[in-house]
Design a protein around this ligand. Structure first.
Ligand SMILES: Nc1nc2c(ncn2[C@@H]2O[C@H](COP(=O)(O)OP(=O)(O)OP(=O)(O)O)[C@@H](O)[C@H]2O)c(=O)[nH]1
Ligand SMILES: [Zn+2]
Length: 358
């Protein structure tokens, strides 16, 4: 069957029409601009909607299938499906990518989710509320190229949500803050601005803050727990994989993946700089370009603390995040170095063996 994909190419978006099957899956100009019509017909675009041990579940225009593992892709990715050799399907360049260090698996970076438009950074209006944690998640989102929105749940349990909202607003001028009761109809209405048809959203935050409640609120009554796809693990046990994109009744795509919960700060220097752009801007005015903002004369950061325009606690949190990122990134680099040295050792051992045989 030959499909007409011309409507998906750039410059061909007529005003007001029903979204196409691909657009409902999140397709747009970012991806369309990466391919030409011939490629579109020969290798139709499909989105990875779930990742299983047995392969990647993909969906496209009239396509719904599982292809074997192979493409370096994660949930949310767009592939150009090579039907003859699905393992060689090309992964389109991403709008955004959330990744993490893979503890103990030997692989240094694990892809968590691609092409997320908005990440809701969730905390609650109670003891869980922690500015440092919000800053951390927001830095991760900025680093990944995803727009963060702070969602404060359990508004119904707080006497006054205003102090929480006010604190959260200080995290970054660029991040909207919403306080709500995650149960019931409120989230669908309060988050509608980000949960548009064809947009992809995800939730991050600590355990118990209401991520599942919010996800279920967006998805309506299609409760997530019962929608997990079962597959056998190596030991023959049934495991439920929850690493998938669900389409909400309103048309937005909701990512549900536990991997988002264990995100670490790695190589996030630019994300951190984005969150703390107020301090970065001050530092530009320090007398010394390598000012550590400790005791240096002419330090604009210390001056801002002095005149009360910068909270010293925020400076301390900035330092801590930078240190954490430096530590995580350095140990990664060290591991890479070790890997390289080991590879060299193996190669020279092989060469020596070959030499002996000659
Ligand atoms: N009163 C009230 N309870 C809430 C709200 N949001 C979540 N809860 C309750 O808090 C508990 C935890 O909510 P979950 O949605 O399971 O939290 P989670 O973030 O998904 O937790 P994990 O799955 O452990 O990561 C549940 O009992 C919810 O009903 C809220 O806005 N108000
Ligand atoms: Zn300084």
């Amino acid at each position: 069957m030959v499909r007409d994909y011309s409507a998906f190419l750039p410059g061909s978006t007529p005003a007001r029409r029903e979204p196409t099957a691909l657009e409902r899956l999140g397709w747009g100009p970012t991806f369309a601009s990466q391919i030409d019509t011939d490629a579109l017909t020969a290798t139709p675009p499909v989105r990875v909607v779930a990742v299983h041990r047995s392969g990647l579940q993909v969906a496209g225009d009239g396509i719904e299938e599982t292809i074997p593992p192979g493409p370096e892709a994660t949930v949310g990715d767009w592939l150009l499906l090579d039907r003859a050799r699905p393992r060689s399907s090309r992964v389109l360049e991403r709008k955004s990518l959330i990744k993490r260090r893979a503890p103990g698996t030997g692989r240094e970076v694990q892809l968590i989710a691609a092409n997320i438009d908005t990440v809701f950074v969730v905390t609650s209006c109670n003891a869980d509320f922690n500015v440092a944690r919000l800053e951390r998640y927001v830095a991760l989102a900025f680093e990944a190229g995803v727009a963060p929105v702070i969602v404060l749940t359990k508004a119904d349990l707080a006497e006054d949500t205003e102090p929480y909202v006010e604190e959260a607003r200080k995290v970054s001028d660029r991040v909207p803050v919403v306080a709500l009761d995650a149960r019931g109809d409120e989230p669908a209405a309060a988050l509608v601005g980000w949960c548009k048809p064809g947009r992809t959203v995800a939730f991050v935050g600590s355990s118990g803050v209401g991520k599942s409640t919010l996800t279920n609120a967006l998805l309506g009554n299609q409760a997530i727990a019962t929608r997990g796809i079962r597959e056998d693990d190596a030991k023959g046990r049934h495991t439920t994989t929850r690493r998938e994109l669900h389409t909400a009744p309103g048309g937005c795509l909701v990512l549900d993946t536990p991997g988002m919960r264990e995100l670490q700060l790695t190589d996030a220097a630019s994300g951190i700089a984005d969150v703390f752009e107020d301090i970065e801007a001050l530092a530009e005015n320090c007398r010394f370009t390598d000012c550590q903002h400790e005791t240096e004369p002419g330090c604009a950061v210390l001056a801002a603390i002095e005149d009360g325009s910068l909270d010293p606690a925020r400076l301390a949190r900035w330092r801590k995040l930078q240190a954490e990122d430096a530590f995580n990134s350095a140990s990664l680099a060290e591991r890479r170095e070790k890997d390289r040295a080991f590879g060299k050792l193996v190669r020279s051992a092989v060469t020596a063996k070959l030499d002996r045989k000659r």
